[in-house]
Design a protein around this ligand. Structure first.
Ligand SMILES: Cc1cc2nc3c(=O)[nH]c(=O)nc-3n(C[C@H](O)[C@H](O)[C@H](O)COP(=O)(O)OP(=O)(O)OC[C@H]3O[C@@H](n4cnc5c(N)ncnc54)[C@H](O)[C@@H]3O)c2cc1C
Length: 399
């Protein structure tokens, strides 16, 4: 819906909503759909990006089976062209010594896939199409949050273009630098990893057979995620100076560097996209809620990408928050604090465990100490033989 219509709704006096969702990235867009048939206004700063007609979007996500089921139920997943997604049948993790090797296979846990790789733009455009088709969600875009006023009876969300939207509840899904979180005075504890996640796509000489490869190296964590055909998507989480050196390389030199770092496992590589770098931070918030306000997605937590869990955590927030709001008593206010507390309590453990595990793993492999090297490599090797524990870990990540 164009922004004029968003404004027109206010003038006509119909802008009293049940929920205002600020931030229409994957989490906010999915949440708006999952909250139907509530009256929802979705505020997003940037107009939707077109799906590249040639090649692939350089940002990709590994989506867990549990979240795929959720996106299917929302009518989103089925809209993504099957030729643009790649199931992950196995994951090969290599430590920084020969004894540190771990392989997870989907079949070990009785799953069709450990995850499915999807382009960011393909997922977002499927979400936008589902919202457009749904027809009831008021989309204020491009529009930015200016201020939030909360009192016992309602919340008022003011946009920079002067639009004001009243609602029972505001949800901040506006990413890791969340303006909603700041407006609510909810502090985030931030640790800068001093790393960039360098992403790029390559064509490979050898087939990947649906395997996602990951190497824990002295200079960071290198992942090659399978894409359809002979293609892979790289995420190299590495200290900033090394990341900047990688980004400065020409196409052939970068391909040669990644070929060497990946021990030639997929043969010669050819760069298909420009490389891009994303700063990596670990953000924790003590509270997910305030009076008439809740946080979801990266606004509530951002984690190291080595486990591919950031967006998966965000979708699990959406599932919980939507279930709590949908199960409220008839006539119960969406901003009821008891409801919001239920959401916060239900999400606490998953968010803490996932963020902590990714942080601990990255610290263990970043350490130069000989003891840490022995622990991490023998740990991977030992875990490789423990089928039951591996299956448990896979099932946790698959949620
Ligand atoms: C290199 C890398 C690889 C990753 N790989 C994976 C992976 O494989 N699997 C996985 O699960 N996760 C992965 N992640 C994490 C994932 O990218 C994030 O967790 C996810 O993007 C969070 O989605 P979100 O909707 O919460 O926030 P965002 O994607 O940041 O979206 C926030 C939205 O809010 C809007 N916004 C911001 N401020 C305002 C404002 N003031 N007013 C209005 N709108 C506003 C923005 O325009 C944006 O659209 C990866 C991250 C990185 C860096």
């Amino acid at each position: 819906m164009p922004p004029l219509l968003c404004k027109a709704m206010v003038v006509m006096g119909s802008m009293k909503q049940d929920v205002v969702v600020v931030g229409g990235g994957p989490v906010g867009a999915a949440l708006s759909l999952a909250l139907q048939p509530l009256r929802v206004a979705l505020v997003e700063a940037h107009p939707p990006q077109a799906l590249p007609t040639q090649g692939f979007d350089v940002r990709v996500y590994a989506i867990s089976p549990g979240n795929i089921t959720f996106l299917e139920a929302l009518g989103v997943w089925g809209r993504i062209d099957a030729a643009r997604i790649q199931p992950v049948a196995a994951m090969s993790i290599q430590g920084d010594r020969a004894d540190g090797h771990l392989v997870f296979r989907a079949e070990e846990a009785g799953l069709p896939a450990l995850a499915v790789i999807v382009e960011g733009a393909a997922l977002q455009s499927a979400l936008e199409d589902a919202i457009a088709e749904q027809g009831q969600i008021i989309r204020c875009c491009p529009a930015r949050l200016a201020a939030i006023e909360r009192d016992a009876a309602q919340v008022r969300v003011m946009l920079e273009d002067g639009t004001a939207i009243s609602a029972q509840l505001v949800i901040g899904s506006d990413g890791r630098d969340s303006a909603v979180r700041r407006a609510a005075g909810l502090e985030a504890r931030e640790s800068d990893y001093g790393q960039l996640g360098v992403v790029a796509h390559f064509e490979t000489a050898q087939p990947h057979h649906g395997t996602a490869f990951q190497w824990f190296r002295g200079d960071g964590v290198l992942a090659l995620l399978p894409l359809p055909g002979h293609r892979v998507s790289m995420v190299w989480s590495t200290p900033r100076p090394h990341a900047e050196a990688l980004l400065a390389l020409d196409d052939e030199a970068l391909a040669a560097k990644v070929h060497a770092a990946s021990m030639g496992v997929l043969g010669e590589l050819k760069l298909l996209t420009r490389a891009a770098g994303f700063p990596l931070r670990y953000n924790r918030v003590a509270r997910l809620i305030e009076s008439r306000l809740a946080l979801a997605g990266d606004a509530a937590h951002s984690v190291h990408p080595l486990a591919g869990q950031g967006l998966n955590l965000g979708f699990r927030d959406v599932r919980e928050l939507a279930a709590v709001l949908q199960s409220r008593a008839p006539r119960q206010d969406c901003g009821d604090y008891a409801l919001l507390r239920r959401y916060e309590r239900a999400r606490r453990e998953d968010i803490a465990t996932t963020g902590f595990s990714a942080d601990a793993l990255q610290s263990l492999f970043a350490s130069r100490s000989g003891l840490a090297a022995a622990v991490r490599n023998s740990g991977l090797g030992a875990l490789n033989g423990l089928t039951a524990l591996k299956s448990l870990l896979i099932r946790h990540a698959a949620a």
